[in-house]
Design a protein around this ligand. Structure first.
Ligand code: HSE
Length: 446
């Protein structure tokens, strides 16, 4: 057995934690409770010595009395009393960015769970880390407790990946799952997700799809070797999903999931985030509640699915801890999988026809000829209709401006371009046969 007693490894690794929210407080609690076990595993003690947060007096259920307190996370990041800086503040700029930058510039290792920060500044931060020789760990930034970053950087380090997709937001998956199980409103489910500690400080990041987009952009870079490009993602959230959509999906043999998907083509990368009809028998359809799943389509191992808890204090803190352990052991990998100067400039793939078709829900005026006119408009643009559903249980009470009552109509199309469907729906709206915004959801035959 290796004896660490007189080696450098025998010196404790002193951790400074900035941000004592759900994840930060859980991390401190785990380190205080399991410190001895971890020391046995590592042959080196890991101790939290200093913290920074907004309020010193807030009760977080942890003992911070013996820890050095900093009001300013940048001062903590630069402090002589720590060897490793953990950033759990959140936010793409502001104190999180300033503190991480300060630590990396002085060659101090950093662990962060901040996907927004990495999506915006990941390439610059990786460059800083490479220049100063600091390690940068961000396992907790994508898919909570699932070790997907490590899998991509190390386990699949030599693989060529064609596509990555999955459920990357626990809050949205929790909401969609509950709405599928109970006749419960979107707002009520979101409130519960917040109470369970899943949602972002501003939950619109979750439900509007941006949190998934941040995570997807990081995964896409690790998969394809292009610079991180969160602004080149088509993003739609789940706030317009209704019980009617969920009901029809279930009746047709699908579930609705908020998917992030990035695909490599010969002529560039396509990245998209949107609610998606997925077949009930597909692997991602079985991933419910706060669980996340990331599917990786590779050359030699073919399809790999990693699934696990995607949000919440303990799973996320566990990923932070796994980065801390790697750094304590001296593991070194380029933060983004390849040295940052090797990353290719981002190239967006041109639009392609989507081979799974679309689900369209319309509020059509209840007048003779409305359905025929809608179908005709679609036909004009070469959109082939797979099926039409009109059922009394789907109707929502709505009247057109002229007082005419409406009926809910659901159409499923065959393979077509999304732009063609959108143009056709705009034309149908201009004809005056529908009321309100149509609901348009992709069907993916995964
Ligand atoms: N708000 C995020 C989610 C937390 O719900 O997935 C984990 O990144």
């Amino acid at each position: 057995m290796q004896d660490f007693s007189d080696s450098v490894a025998a010196t404790p690794l002193r951790i400074g934690v900035a941000g004592l929210g759900n994840v930060g407080a859980t991390l401190v609690r785990i380190l205080q409770k399991d410190g001895v076990e971890l020391t046995k595993k590592l042959g080196r003690q890991i101790v939290v010595t200093a913290v920074a947060a907004r309020s010193r007096s807030r009760d977080r259920g942890i003992d911070i009395a013996g820890l050095e307190w900093f009001d300013d996370p940048v001062a903590l990041a630069k402090s002589d009393g720590i060897d490793l800086f953990v950033e759990l503040i959140g936010g793409e700029d502001g104190p999180a960015f300033a503190a991480v930058k300060a630590a990396l510039e002085m060659g101090r290792p950093v662990v962060t769970a901040n996907k927004a920060l990495l999506a915006k500044h990941g390439v610059a931060l990786a460059r800083m880390a490479e220049e100063s020789g600091a390690q940068l760990g961000f396992e907790a930034a994508v898919a909570g407790g699932i070790p997907v970053i490590k899998t991509l950087r190390e386990g699949l380090g030599s693989a060529r990946i064609a596509r990555v997709y999955g459920i990357m937001n626990g809050t949205c998956n929790y909401i969609l799952t509950r709405m599928g199980q109970e006749d419960i409103s979107f707002a009520e489910c979101l409130k519960d997700a917040q109470a369970l500690g899943y949602a972002e400080a501003d939950p619109s990041f979750d439900v509007d799809g941006f949190d998934t987009a941040h995570k997807l952009s990081i995964l896409a870079t690790l998969c394809f070797g292009y610079e991180i490009a969160p602004d080149k993602i088509h993003v739609e959230g789940i706030s317009k999903i209704t019980q009617a959509d969920i009901k029809v999906a279930a009746d047709l043999g699908y579930k609705i999931k908020l998917l992030g998907m990035a695909q490599r083509y010969e002529d560039g990368i396509e990245q998209r985030v949107h609610p998606t009809f997925v077949p009930k028998g597909s692997a991602v359809a079985g991933v419910d509640g706060v669980m996340n799943a990331v599917a990786l389509e590779t050359d030699h191992v073919h399809e790999l699915l990693l699934a696990g808890p995607g949000a919440g204090g303990p799973p996320t803190a566990s990923s932070v801890l796994s980065d801390i352990l790697d750094i304590a052991r001296g593991t070194r990998v380029p933060p983004l999988g390849v040295p940052s100067q090797e990353l290719l400039p981002y190239k967006q793939a041109p639009l392609r026809a989507h081979d799974g078709g679309f689900y369209i829900r319309l509020n059509a005026k209840d007048v003779p000829g409305a359905l025929a006119a809608i179908a005709a408009r679609m036909g004009e643009r070469g959109i082939s209709i797979e099926s039409v559903i009109q059922r009394p249980d789907l109707h929502v009470k709505a009247n057109a401006a002229d007082g005419q009552p409406t009926r809910t109509v659901v159409l499923l199309t065959q393979q077509t371009l999304e732009t063609t469907v959108r143009e056709s729906l705009a034309q149908i709206a201009a004809d005056g046969f529908i009321v309100g915004e149509p609901q348009l959801i992709r069907i993916e035959l995964l």
